[in-house]
Design a protein around this ligand. Structure first.
Ligand SMILES: [Zn+2]
Length: 408
């Protein structure tokens, strides 16, 4: 709601307003008009990566991501140092390449016997060793054998939360779908195999991903003329040629670089998402994570807020309440003095909180205040914020955040 300010500014503001509405509905876009993104990645720090692989990539100025096991990288340290200098990304592929004991070679130290604490400690140690060796700290991870679980049966635990905590992104292996940038979990990016494939096979996957504007994360091991677990150099050359031809609309870059772009783009987009509590048991219901429902409700990325235009507009959040009890509701909002004074209602699982929207000074001035208390039950539920009257047609407010703070 930025359009009741003055006649002179009105056309300009209406212009930006209609852009806001479009921005809310506009799908995710890649930079510079690209139609899709591709990342190349290679696991284990195989010698062939720096004995042929990087030289070919460097011919095309294509940067890839290499997931290192530190012990393996030590065998060709000079080669890896050169790869870093050329701008390739060095990722973390764990300390000992632990996988399920179903791989007989992994049975001495299988994932089935891990704890989350041991996993976390080893991942931090791996980053430390790579930093020591190569001067860079990995920000992305590739799951050895693509496996994301530790333990067995009822005691199985996912270590995806550990990856989410320590890295910008994590990549799995032998997946069958490319990454959808607006939907994906950054800690579980799908990785599609290049080993043993012809260029024609990979081209089919690229074209499918391009139709959906997706991010194709390719994954392989050796980079050589032939052999097992090998992405063939002639195939790699054709991928580079294809990706570098501007007519094909491809952005090819390492996983960390594209992950950073996707993350920043998503941060300014409205993508409804389940809200979970922080370490203080507070729930931060931001406009980015809320779902706008109603005839004219609009998410405004430059304000990171929802704007209300009619009494039928509302915003709904999905949230996981950590414990039953009384919560203080704090609101960050803006409204001009003329529009202020309308009534709102917050509802969640039968509990209600009513009130009046106070002045904030102007549409551009956001303020924070406590609205009062609401009684919530633990568990997953919806919370909605809307108008408490059907008579209001001049809007309600711009809402940026509702923060729920447990009352002791
Ligand atoms: Zn591996």
């Amino acid at each position: 709601m930025k359009h009741f300010i003055g006649l002179v500014a009105l056309p300009l503001l209406l212009g930006s307003l209609s852009q806001d509405v479009i921005a809310q509905k506009r799908p995710f876009t890649w930079p510079n008009g690209k139609k899709m993104a591709i990342s190349l990645s290679f696991d284990d720090a195989r010698n062939s990566n720096v004995e042929g692989g990087t030289a070919l990539l460097d011919e095309y100025d294509v940067k890839a991501t290499f997931y290192l096991v530190p012990e393996n990288a030590k065998r060709r340290l000079e080669g890896w140092k050169k790869a870093v200098a050329k701008g390739h990304e060095m990722g973390n592929h764990s300390l000992n390449h632990a996988c399920s004991g179903n791989f007989v070679w992994a049975r001495k130290n299988p994932l089935e016997d891990y704890t989350l604490e041991k996993m976390r400690a080893e991942l931090i140690e791996t980053n430390r060793q790579i930093k020591d060796m190569l001067g860079v700290t990995p920000t992305t991870y590739a799951y050895p054998c693509g496996q994301t679980f530790i333990g067995r049966g009822k005691n199985t635990q996912s270590f995806v939360p550990v990856i989410s905590d320590l890295f910008v992104a994590g990549r799995t292996w032998l997946d069958e779908a490319p990454v959808d940038p607006t939907y994906c979990d950054m800690a579980v990016l799908t990785g599609m195999e290049t080993d043993g494939k012809s260029f024609e096979q990979i081209l089919g996957t690229i074209e499918d991903a391009k139709k959906g504007g997706q991010w194709l994360v390719l994954a392989g091991h050796e980079t050589a003329a032939s052999g097992p677990q090998t992405t063939r150099l002639d195939v790699l050359r054709k991928i580079c040629e294809y990706a570098k031809d501007p007519a094909n609309g491809v952005w090819i870059a390492p996983i960390g670089e594209i992950a950073a772009y996707v993350k920043a783009a998503r941060d300014s987009m409205n993508i409804p998402e389940m809200v979970t509590a922080n370490s203080r048991n507070e729930l931060l219901l931001t406009a980015e994570k809320g779902k706008g429902i109603g005839p004219k409700i609009a998410y405004m990325p430059e304000w990171k807020a929802f704007g209300w235009f009619t009494a039928n507009d509302r915003v709904e959040w999905e949230m996981e309440v950590p414990k039953s009890g009384k919560y203080e509701v704090q609101m960050e909002w803006s409204v001009d003095d003329k529009t202020a004074g309308n009534t709102f209602v917050i509802e969640s699982a039968g509990a209600k909180l009513n009130g009046t929207i106070d002045k904030s000074g102007s549409w551009e001035t956001f303020k924070t205040k406590s609205l009062g208390h609401i009684q919530l039950k633990a568990g997953r539920q919806k919370l909605t914020f809307g108008s408490n009257s059907k008579r209001e047609n001049n809007g309600l407010l711009d809402l940026r955040v509702l923060k729920l703070v447990p009352v002791k």
